[in-house]
Design a protein around this ligand. Structure first.
Ligand code: AHG
Ligand code: MN
Ligand code: MN
Length: 336
């Protein structure tokens, strides 16, 4: 690409006017996420050097070991968003309950809530494999100036105003959408600036990568088992390639660039699936749809699922449109 590269900061300002609800608040919010991402990136990159890895001696509401960097990332995002006083509430995968932000100003007008998976793929931290952050932004539905309510967070994914992820990988990137396509920005670590490197990302219509934890195969619904066999069959452009990192953000990112499907079905160990609707599936579904991809729980659109609790899990199938549609065909035909 010739000419001066656009920075994320410039991009946010430039696109503020184009955004239909623009009041500058969403821009400030995205800028805060950009800032927190840089701070977390710095810490993630040090993980191999300092004694920050390893369990923190605490478990989160999902009953999983929390790693130190989970806690660090959680605190960094929450503090950045709270101190800058730009949202009215935050829900995090690492917190049992949502956080109400009491503005210093009694008549605070903040209208956005943020839902966040501060560190996704945390089991990969201590083996030097990419991890990420996922975020999702909604406009509150209860009156501005009053404390946020659970209902402000339990909105359908289709109500999202913006969603994105940070991947702390071979290079660190922010990828996000405000409902007008998906753009990716790569961090130049020497100067701490994100540059627009992947404008208007689109999933290939069809793909040749399937990403699933096949160790759980015997536990999968029949439709998923049959679909996996279909992926492995020697016919036309198959067999597909299997790629599974175990960090949703990284698996999704690769599949969006190259064409593929990510699957986390339900099973006896995870009767509702493993991934969280509000912190993981909906933001990824919004990005996928904005990039010409598709996201489903096997039968219906992820973003149409009505949330009933903060930490709700759902089966998740997301990626190139033709692949997800094919998976749904198998689910319809063979079911559970
Ligand atoms: P988190 O680290 O936020 O708990 O998320 C881990 C998720 C997701 O990133 C990944 O794709 C999946 O769990 C991997 O699960 P398995 O190890 O069961 O395959
Ligand atoms: Mn996660
Ligand atoms: Mn997490």
């Amino acid at each position: 690409m010739k000419g001066k590269k656009q920075t994320l900061g410039e991009f946010i300002i430039k696109n503020q006017d184009a955004f239909k609800f623009s009041s500058g608040e969403l821009s400030s919010l995205l800028n805060s996420i950009r800032l927190a991402a840089k701070v977390v990136n710095h810490e993630v990159n040090k993980a191999g050097l300092v004694d920050i890895i390893g369990a923190y001696g605490d478990t989160n509401i999902q009953g999983e070991d929390q790693q130190k960097l989970d806690v660090y990332a959680n605190n960094t995002f929450i503090q950045t968003l709270t101190r800058r006083n730009i949202v009215c509430g935050i829900a995090s995968e690492e917190e049992d309950h949502f956080i109400t932000i009491n503005s210093i100003d009694q008549n605070h007008q903040n209208k956005y809530v943020v839902l966040i998976d501060p560190l996704d793929g945390s089991s990969n931290i201590d083996v030097n494999v990419s991890v990420g952050t996922i975020f999702s932004i909604y406009r509150r539905i209860t009156p501005v100036g009053t404390p946020v309510q659970l209902a402000d967070f339990l909105q359908k994914g289709s109500e999202q105003v913006a969603a994105g992820y940070v991947v702390y990988g071979t290079s660190t990137m922010i990828v996000y959408t405000t409902g007008d396509g998906v753009n990716g920005f790569t961090l130049n670590p020497a100067i701490g600036t994100f540059y627009l490197s992947h404008p208007d990302i689109k999933f290939p219509e069809d793909g040749s990568i399937y990403s699933v934890n096949e160790g759980n195969y015997l536990d999968f619904p029949l439709g998923v088992k049959k679909y996996i066999k279909y992926c492995q069959e020697e016919f036309e452009n198959r067999p597909y390639t299997s790629r599974y990192i175990g960090s949703l953000v990284s698996d999704f990112h690769r599949n969006m660039i190259k064409g593929g499907i990510y699957m986390y079905p339900k099973g006896s160990r995870n009767p509702d699936g493993k991934l969280r609707l509000l912190y993981e599936c909906n933001p990824m579904a919004f990005i996928a749809e904005q990039a010409n991809g598709k996201s489903s729980d096997g039968y219906r659109r992820t973003m149409d699922v009505i949330p009933i609790e903060l930490h709700q899990r759902v089966p998740f199938f997301c990626g190139s449109k033709k692949m997800v549609t094919k998976l749904e065909d198998f689910m319809k035909k063979f079911g559970e």
